[in-house]
Write a protein that binds this ligand. Sequence first.
Ligand SMILES: O=C(O)[C@H](O)C(=O)CO
Ligand SMILES: [Mg+2]
Length: 261
Amino acid sequence: MPRFAANLSMMFTEAPFLDRFALAARAGFKAVEFLFPYEHPAAEIAKRLADNGLRQVLFNLPPGDWARGERGLAALPDRRGEFREALARALDYAAALSCPRLHVMAGLRPEGVPHDTLLATFAANLDRAAEECAKAGVKPVIEPINHRDIPGYFLNTTDQAAAIIRALGPERIGMQFDLYHCQVTEGDLVRRVERHLPLIAHMQVADTPGRNEPGTGEVNWPFVFRRIDELGYRGWIGCEYRPAGETTAGLGWFAPYRNET
Ligand SMILES: O=C(O)[C@H](O)C(=O)CO
Ligand SMILES: [Mg+2]
């Protein structure tokens, strides 16, 4: 059965961030992910994880100035120093939280910079991240993101991500396969999971078109989850969705999987 992790950046937002760990545990989750932990001391988050019997399965490197619209640094040639600092900071938190995956966000395509320059920067930064992460027992992951949610994001399709991962080594870099983004950009979900399965190191889910919980939109999730299980995927699926209403009221979809996490 698939294993689901609560995304504490998008779920349980009825409560302050540090209180969401207990709510996720009470709802039956055994693992969590979120976007960014950096507003809180790592020790504080580690305590919440321990107190609630939760595993941390993923979070993101610092993305630049998120409030100003920045969405990652890794493909930006003039931000390489900042990327190195972001990587070091993320690895400090990953050690404190025993987190096995770090999402390396590529960033938005700057005007007038050739694609090959961005790609070479992304590859060089990922190569460095893979080296540093390997020493810490962490796997960096990259995620294709649809251009409706993040116009201009550098990494957009699963094939683009797969080519980068294969060039750098799938044992060093993994794919963060967000089923929501794949449905928006490419569709053909199950065939794309089958195609990229050897490269997939983390998954995320939200229904389309609203990015709400599974069962609120157009995808037959019981079929997709059953196929993912049949394919032998044993990683985590992060619930990176905006609850349509109160979080626990929307967890009916999770009931068949609750004991698996
Ligand atoms: O938005 C997403 O799907 C990504 O997972 C993310 O980390 C932030 O953009
Ligand atoms: Mg995602």
